[in-house]
Design a protein around this ligand. Sequence first.
Ligand SMILES: Nc1ncnc2c1ncn2[C@@H]1O[C@H](COP(=O)(O)OP(=O)(O)OP(=O)(O)O)[C@@H](O)[C@H]1O
Ligand SMILES: Cc1cn([C@H]2C[C@H](O)[C@@H](COP(=O)(O)O)O2)c(=O)[nH]c1=O
Length: 219
Amino acid sequence: MNLDDRHNADMSSGRFIVFEGIDGSGKTTQAQILANRIREAGRIVHVTSEPTNSPIGNLIRQGMTGRIQLDDRVIAALFAADRIDHLTNHTDGILDLLASGCTVISDRYYFSSYAYHTDYTGQAWVKHANAIAEGLLRADLTIYLDISPDIAVERLSKGRSFQERYERLDRLVSVRNSYEQAFRDADDTENIVIVDGHGDVESTSKSVWAVVEQHLTAF
Ligand SMILES: Nc1ncnc2c1ncn2[C@@H]1O[C@H](COP(=O)(O)OP(=O)(O)OP(=O)(O)O)[C@@H](O)[C@H]1O
Ligand SMILES: Cc1cn([C@H]2C[C@H](O)[C@@H](COP(=O)(O)O)O2)c(=O)[nH]c1=O
């Protein structure tokens, strides 16, 4: 059954769209633009992100900013836990939102873990730790915004003196390579589209919308 057949069979459940990409690739910007566009088409949209705003997500953020000291493997484990909570909690959990018919757009999902943690935990561990989330929900569409790490660092440094844990050029080079590897390894039930993120905000948003229209025909 392809994606459209699945949704024709169950029009009551919402679509799950994920943005992936290295830090500074434009995910947050494009997620908001896409959400507005889908709302204009008459659907209810919830935009979310990982790490979440849950207690686990807040702990992760403190580790990411250096407010508390956490080993990279602890961070990897916390992200896997945060993701299961992101899916299953009954306050603003993704599974409940989708069941209510809402379209959910997430800024990052499990491919972020494959890209950011493999260097520290090995691929087998990170895949295993995220198998529950993978089993619970795959994205209907994963949009990977591809930009070169040097452009990402340039964007991130504008108007900001603070650098988060993984926002260094050498890390982003490695993370980008790991994303590419994870996409090569992904099984064919994953619907991953790579969008060039080097253009300006407007031209990138047009490319994103073209992908969404092509892959999720009900919009
Ligand atoms: N297409 C673009 N061209 C130039 N600058 C951009 C573009 N898209 C976003 N930006 C700027 O780059 C910075 C990072 O953008 P954004 O927060 O959307 O990226 P992100 O992928 O969500 O980053 P992070 O993963 O670090 O949260 C912001 O200052 C944003 O205004
Ligand atoms: C989901 C997820 C995220 N990360 C990293 C990637 C970024 O460096 C931060 C999130 O920052 P953002 O600016 O809010 O996008 O967290 C990670 O290492 N592992 C993950 O699973």
